[in-house]
Design a protein around this ligand. Sequence first.
Ligand code: WTA
Length: 654
Amino acid sequence: MSQSTIESVLQEKRLFNPPRDFSSRATIGSSQHYEELYQKASSNPEQFWAELAQQELHWFKPWDKILDWKPPFAQWFVNGKINITYNCLDRHLTTERRNKAALIWEGEPGDSRTLTYAQLHREVCQMANAMKQLGVCKGDRVGIYMPMIPEAAIAMLACARIGAPHTVVFGGFSAQALQDRLLDAEAKLVVTADSGYRKDKIVPLKAQVDRALADNGVPSVTNVLVVQRTKEKVSMEPGRDHWWHEVQPEMSGHCPAEPMDSEDMLFILYTSGTTGKPKGVVHTTGGYNLYTHMTTKWIFDLQETDVYWCTADVGWITGHSYIVYGPLSNGATSLMYEGVPRPSNPGCFWDIVEKYGVNIFYTAPTAIRAFIKMGEHLPKARDLSSLRLLGTVGEPINPSAWMWYHEVIGGGRCPIVDTWWQTETGGIMISPLPGVTPTKPGSATRPFPGIIVDVVDLDGNPVEDNEGGYLIIKHPWPSMMRTVHKDPDRFRRTYWEPISPRDNQHFYFAGDGAKRDEDGYYWVMGRVDDVINVSGHRLGTMEVESALVSHPAVAEAAVVGRPDEVKGEDIFAFVTLEGNYTGSESLVQELKQHVVQEIGAIARPGEIRFTDAMPKTRSGKIMRRLLRNLAAGEEIGGDTSTLEDRSVLDKLRS
Ligand code: WTA
């Protein structure tokens, strides 16, 4: 966040009580109910989760032990047997939900499809059977590289049905990024589409898969299942590549849900950290099912007839937890949209809200800021009266964007749930419960019942109210990540060592700065590490630097985040060139394109500045803090005495 935004957040004093109308119908609508839950959860979190797990989920076999905690490794519902797709599908089929819409899908060119629970169950079973026929066994990993079409969710559920962990790779990632992830996960099968629609363009997906797999690029992959979306011409390799529409009719619509151990891996999702290499965040079955189920139920206050819409992509954790698993486990109607707002159709979100009578709408602050820019006339031209609850996720929301969302989109009547969480946490950790929690613009308010958080200094000492510090989580929770795929050491180092354990308590370090106010409300300020948040997408500065230095012209690169009005942060790269190159506008373009090729369009630097030298300490470390100041056009702040060569700064300024 920029300095001015932080200041406006810190001065924020407005308080919005849940509308009486909303509370009277909410699942958790009285403060007394909330306090009871909260007390129960804090005094004995394990018992709290166990009761809910029993009440809310179907288990093939009960667990022997609620929690086995050998820090930093947790196991929840030890020896319990469960299948998340049984909870998301089968159990609804014997109820009046059988013919209820599970997924409503709105395609980018305006086509649409609705799948009832019975239909979704059938297609998931068919794809699960196809996967089996292609040799996928329990435990094998499957890569999913898809546009936002129902088959993306179907593929995830098909994997979960047979116990094959999925790794969804966002469709905007490049062939190189896809290859890196498939290699690390040692995927056996890739599910993809011919291509997808994105911002009025057709983006090739199968061609990227071909590139990633070329020359035995990912030796573990033996088959590719291709969904036909755009009917663009693609090349199909005999023996390896199979069209889903040719395979599907042959497949039975019955496939029993494999009883999985509660701790069997459900998925790996790669996310950016502070090193050049994204890490594979591992989530398991039982605890993740429970936690995403409960948070969806209480935070989004799902009612039986609601149309719920989360605008994320299934390539990110938000899509996993709050488009697919959480809503379906609750038997909700989850809307999926293939597109994103774009200049040729800036009002598309409001068209969809009106068309389907969306009741619950969950999006990112960056989208809200983009809408503010596009103007009020767009939402005002649509009937948004069906909306009753709004949510945000992905980055801090500035109070003025919160107010706009509240007034223009919510008509002043919809509570807003500002939800703080991470790929690693699996589900929402800090958020209002909309029927009971008074909200303050810019604050994610209080932790979910059973979640124990604090703000501390680097030694783990709690800081005073209203003083900034590091956000930590003090007790294991059911959907916590279990490890970094194939790298348990990195898991320990990254999350459990930055704040030293004390009194035998281990603290999960979230990587975010935060403060708690006198009402016990949390205000998350943004990352304190080398992770930047561009339009709600997490990127490691080192990842972008590695991409830049892999270009022959680049000798050294330093990447920082620069505050951006719409994107939150934008990528600013300082680059020194190899001796025989000189900086030019065409080289800037070439380098930007190079990063797109290495990572994907989400990592395209907003600005590249050439420099002869980087500001370094005497021990040779780049002083990023100074670069951040420079990128933001701010005065250089703080101590510069450790700088090796002060003239570098003057040159960089000019
Ligand atoms: C940021 C997305 C402030 C934060 C679910 C976190 C937020 C990172 C909020 C995780 C919020 C997410 N307020 N910051 N409500 N939600 N963040 O893994 O910096 O893509 O660490 O998960 O996003 O991003 P990730």
